[in-house]
Design a protein around this ligand. Structure first.
Ligand SMILES: [Zn+2]
Length: 363
């Protein structure tokens, strides 16, 4: 054991961690939601810190425009069309072989979040939309798991650590008197489409993402080592271009509000009340569709590839099939995953994406 701990020597010198804290990290399991800009930094730093078990979930594959900020990936991942979660797992195996990684290539939504989060000590947010965040927030409150929110667009990032109120008030952070409002106490509803800037419209600076995700990692380490009182209780907002740093006091939001989630324990997002089957992807001229096959059933890529070959170029590996198709003079890139999920690139319109899917893949 002593030998195994040697690589964490500098971290164990910190009074808040020590050997005891390090052993807690090694025994911990963390759910990393999304493995893009935020998620790659989070997974990288948590693996190096010796968090023993990471569950990394991401629905997407790697593109050349990701490499500007997604630090676990390189050009060969783009060439080989590797899904992000799988590529992350391969990189982490080289960085710290003591860490167990579950790579899950899937969309995070109300149907699977509880199963994903079950048994995890912390949920860390690396997703790009509020619908998924509220789903994660519901799971965090329902299951009593700390949830570390983070997001960045342009040169601005925000982060906030949620130590949720639980059904019986017996969590260690409640016992320590430092439970916080949840995400819905602060943002009651997701902003309507088009109201907020996205990576698509505003771009994103790599360091803005990096700094926010490192704040998320720090709060995660505090939670995992039991340093609950050290967790920041304010919403942190940073514009690294304007050198503007704000800490918003949100602690009273639980007391003064009537939160459906953490006060009334009415988990509307997990119940699927606001669920959509298509999602326009942030930073991409693309739509994801999640009409799924039944459990255990898989798409037959050979059959589909033969059908698509007359319409464009097709390549497939064991993870996914990708086809470039021209339809009515418009160029689309259709990516299919074995579970039936699809990403249609070349449109932001869910109706167009659905018709492309129906046309070339079928119902
Ligand atoms: Zn709440």
């Amino acid at each position: 054991m002593t030998q195994n701990l040697e690589r964490y020597h500098r971290q164990m010198l910190l009074s808040g961690i020590g050997e005891e804290g390090q052993k807690k990290l090694l025994a911990s399991k963390v759910l990393v939601l999304g493995c893009g800009a935020l998620g790659t930094v989070i997974a990288n730093m948590l693996a190096r810190a010796g968090v023993g078990h990471l569950v990394i979930v991401d629905r997407d594959f790697i593109e050349i425009t990701n490499l500007q900020r997604q630090v676990l990936f390189d050009e060969s991942d783009v060439e080989n069309a590797i899904p992000k979660a799988e590529a992350a797992k391969m990189k982490i195996a080289k960085i710290n072989s003591q860490v167990t990684v579950d790579a899950i290539v899937d969309d995070v939504n109300h149907t699977n979040i509880e199963k994903l989060a079950q048994g995890c000590d912390v949920i860390v947010d690396g997703v790009d939309n509020f619908e998924t965040r509220f789903v994660a927030n519901d799971a965090a409150v329902k299951l009593g798991i700390p949830y570390i929110y983070g997001g960045a667009v342009g040169t601005v990032g925000m982060t906030y650590a949620i130590l949720p109120h639980t059904h019986n008030g017996e969590s260690p952070w409640e016992q320590a008197g430092v439970a916080t409002p949840c995400l819905r106490c602060i943002f009651e509803q997701a902003p309507p489409p088009g109201m907020n800037p996205t990576c698509d419209t505003a771009g994103v600076l790599g360091p803005a993402v990096s700094i926010i995700s490192n704040f998320q990692v720090t709060e995660t380490i505090k939670v995992l080592t039991g340093n609950f009182a050290a967790v920041r209780d304010k919403l942190l907002s940073i514009d690294i271009w304007e050198n503007d740093v704000r800490q918003l006091k949100v602690a009273r939001a639980y007391d003064v509000g009537e939160c459906q989630c953490c006060k009334k324990r009415n988990f509307e997002f997990i119940d699927g009340k606001f669920a959509s089957s298509t999602t326009t992807l942030c930073g991409r001229n693309a739509v994801q569709m999640t009409q799924k096959l039944s459990d255990g059933e898989k798409l037959n890529f050979d059959t589909i590839a033969k059908r698509l070959e007359s319409h464009g170029t097709v390549k497939a590996n064991k993870f996914m099939l990708q086809a470039h198709i021209t339809d009515n003079g418009e160029a689309y890139e259709l990516t299919l995953f074995t579970d039936g999920r699809a990403i249609v690139k070349g449109t932001k319109q869910p109706t167009v994406a659905k018709s492309i899917y129906a046309k070339y893949v079928g119902a």
